[in-house]
Design a protein around this ligand. Structure first.
Ligand SMILES: Cc1cc2nc3c(=O)[nH]c(=O)nc-3n(C[C@H](O)[C@H](O)[C@H](O)COP(=O)(O)OP(=O)(O)OC[C@H]3O[C@@H](n4cnc5c(N)ncnc54)[C@H](O)[C@@H]3O)c2cc1C
Ligand SMILES: NC(=O)c1ccc[n+]([C@@H]2O[C@H](COP(=O)([O-])OP(=O)(O)OC[C@H]3O[C@@H](n4cnc5c(N)ncnc54)[C@H](OP(=O)(O)O)[C@@H]3O)[C@@H](O)[C@H]2O)c1
Length: 258
């Protein structure tokens, strides 16, 4: 098969950065023909020593207008894919599917005033892409990014998040962003202490954000741990907030990572 007929391209690692023993970021070259919408994912492939290739879905962290691709990864102990991925070094090859997939994109919502982005762990990735793209800043009056991790050292991309509102093209929208980190297994200054579900139920999240979660004004994206997504959907349903489908627009969009 010729390279152009293959369903994937070969990209080169430009940067690998370890955050904790189980979290790291990767930056690669980007094929000029690779197009995606902020919030989507691609299938990545790594070739093992025996010549076989393992594929897994990964959300893009980088924005659609960046010249590179960036990804944020967990290392699952003994995980078939991440054991290989975490061994890669600058200059190595990563396979990237030619097509991007996924519906955790802003066009899931036809209206709404406040956008709530609720992430656990590496589920932060698609929200970083969305926040680095211009559309969200024009479309919503308020953007509340909620990021739940077990330990404070796992709060990744703080510089990027805090730096967003200093970017030339976003300065005028700085007042719109509210960043609410929450650390669940230790207390940490400047972060809430509790699961997203609990913080919605007890009203703490709305108090921290200074805005109410309502079906009229709020649109909610959930990404990461599948149990968090199930549990949060139940909590939101009690407030009349439901999944947004093309045949029935709603308030909630999700991406489940496993
Ligand atoms: C649409 C989509 C987008 C994804 N985007 C990302 C991403 O941007 N970054 C990322 O790290 N992973 C992402 N994942 C998960 C990723 O595809 C793999 O599951 C992950 O790389 C682990 O692969 P593995 O073969 O090592 O372990 P697997 O055999 O795939 O998983 C083993 C177990 O590890 C745990 N696990 C898997 N992924 C995660 C995770 N991300 N965080 C915490 N626990 C996990 C689960 O308990 C799972 O059952 C995404 C998954 C989907 C479906
Ligand atoms: N992070 C670590 O130190 C660590 C250590 C050993 C192994 N691992 C393995 O690594 C994998 C991923 O760990 P992770 O920490 O990135 O992901 P995670 O287990 O999904 O935790 C990330 C965040 O999601 C929260 N969460 C989990 N389930 C939830 C639910 N049902 N509702 C609301 N919030 C929920 C967690 O709160 P809680 O803290 O309350 O669960 C935590 O704040 C796991 O499979 C784990 O076995 C991680």
């Amino acid at each position: 098969m010729t390279a152009s007929a293959e369903k994937f391209t070969r990209q080169t690692l430009l940067d690998v950065h370890s955050l904790t023993p189980s979290l790291f970021t990767l930056r690669t070259t980007r094929d000029p023909g690779f197009r995606f919408r902020a919030g989507q994912f691609a299938r990545l492939g790594v070739t093992k020593a025996d010549g076989s290739t393992v594929w897994r879905a990964y959300s893009m962290v980088s924005s659609p207008h960046d010249e590179f691709l960036e990804f944020f990864s967990i290392v699952v102990p003994g995980g078939e894919f991440t054991s290989e991925l975490s061994r890669l070094e600058v200059g190595d090859t990563l396979l990237v599917d030619r097509q991007a997939f996924g519906y955790l994109t802003l066009d899931r919502f036809v209206d709404g005033r406040d956008l709530w982005l609720l992430a656990t762990g590496t589920g932060l990735a698609p929200f970083l892409s969305i926040l680095q793209d211009f559309e969200v800043w024009e479309k919503f009056e308020r953007i509340i990014l909620v990021y739940s991790v077990r330990e404070a050292r796992e709060l990744a991309y703080r510089d990027l998040i805090e730096g967003l509102v200093r970017r030339d093209y976003l300065v005028e929208f700085a007042h719109k962003l509210q960043f609410v980190p929450t650390v669940t297994r230790e207390s940490y200054p400047g972060a809430l202490n509790g699961r997203i579900t609990t913080l919605i139920e007890n009203g703490e999240l709305e108090r921290a954000a200074g805005v109410a979660l309502t079906p009229e004004h709020s649109r909610v994206m959930l990404c990461g741990n599948p149990q968090m997504i199930d549990d949060t959907r139940k909590v939101l349903k009690l407030r009349d907030m439901n999944l947004s489908l093309s045949r029935r627009p709603g308030q909630v969009a999700v991406e489940t990572y496993w």
